[in-house]
Design a protein around this ligand. Structure first.
Ligand SMILES: Nc1ncnc2c1ncn2[C@@H]1O[C@H](COP(=O)(O)OP(=O)(O)OP(=O)(O)O)[C@@H](O)[C@H]1O
Length: 313
């Protein structure tokens, strides 16, 4: 199917610092695409370029084949949630939706539909946003993004501040949106959060794409995690039959199916205390390394030139 969001060789530099470095990926209709990366990896910058709030240094991002600014009716085509805290604190949730509906030429009944959809009660909708929890702001932000019945949703860290029930609610909502043919791109800095929501993953670190593909392909490692009281004996037994094992904390990661590892242990008379497919182990390891290295050399970025910020809507 034709990609709905296309990012092509996108680069954005701030002074001498390259926040987004030659990034390319696509997001397809009917799929929830997770944009995963540690803090400061370049997710928000990429999304801001997508919706025309930041100019790229080179490359481009298009939605439905056009740059955001060239879309005939952007609010009806793309629902955007970039910063849930940026909503007008002095207005009530209902007022914010009403104004947005007016701007888009939508009937006010649409406001009530959206409030019901995101689970904000009558009382909550009448409260000023400054008294909202972060989770409530996210719900309101999602309601605003969905108001114009768009085909594409671009959501920056929408799960921030949601409790586990809220995350499940959002997963079901985005799943339904994608199942109806919509395209969802959402960012997160938490692997486990995005794992439960996304179909496809794009992983970014230090401004560069480091992995991408379907979640199933990225998580499937073909490896087995095994624990035993006598791990050294198990490592020897695996080695003896030519199965490659590497230490992973107090367990072994083996390049083989669980059944083969179990049989080897049994044949060697070794009691196994845990045995399972290690799906996601490699991705998790890669993501942990990325996070650790970002935190190490992330120092100093805060000193970079923030002259672009005045452009924010
Ligand atoms: N206007 C700006 N001026 C200078 N540097 C900037 C500007 N905007 C972003 N950066 C830098 O670019 C890098 C990427 O930032 P970005 O906000 O895109 O990351 P992110 O992946 O969204 O992170 P987070 O999860 O923390 O929001 C960071 O090092 C940030 O400090």
């Amino acid at each position: 199917m034709r990609p709905m969001i296309t990012v092509e060789s996108l680069t954005r530099a701030y002074g001498g610092f390259t926040a987004v470095d030659d990034v390319s990926f696509i997001a397809r209709p009917g799929r929830v695409t997770g944009f995963l990366g540690p803090n400061g990896a370049g997710k928000s910058t990429t999304m801001r370029v997508m919706v025309g709030l930041t100019e790229p240094t080179s490359g481009r991002a298009t939605i439905l084949g056009r740059r955001f600014a060239e879309l005939p009716n952007p609010a009806r085509e793309v629902g955007v949630l970039l910063d849930a805290s940026a909503q007008h604190a002095g207005r009530t949730g209902r007022e914010i939706l009403r104004i947005a509906a007016l701007t888009m030429g939508l009937p006010s009944t649409r406001v009530d539909e959206m409030l019901a959809l995101v689970g904000l009660t009558e009382e909550e909708a009448g409260r000023r946003v400054r008294h909202y929890s972060l989770g409530m702001r996210q719900r309101l932000g999602i309601a605003t993004a969905l108001l114009g019945d768009p085909e594409v949703l671009i959501l920056d860290e929408p799960a921030n501040g949601l409790d586990p029930a809220g995350i499940r609610w959002m997963r079901d909502l985005l799943r339904g949106f994608a199942d109806d043919g919509g395209t969802v791109l959402l960012s997160s800095h938490l692997l486990h959060e995005i794992e439960v929501i996304a179909d496809d993953l794009v992983v970014i670190g230090h401004g560069r794409i480091v992995a991408e593909g379907t979640k199933d392909a990225l998580l499937a490692s073909g490896e087995t995690l095994v624990r035993a009281d006598d791990l050294a004996a198990l490592a020897r037994a695996l080695d003896a039959v030519g199965l490659e094992a590497t230490a992973a904390g107090d367990a072994l990661l083996v390049a083989a199916e669980p059944a083969d590892v179990g049989r080897t242990a049994y044949a060697a008379g070794i009691a196994v205390t845990e045995l399972r497919a290690a799906d996601g182990a490699r991705l998790e390891e890669m993501f942990l390394e990325l996070t650790a290295s970002t935190q190490r050399d992330g120092l100093g970025n805060d000193l970079a030139d923030h002259s672009d910020e005045g452009q924010a809507a």
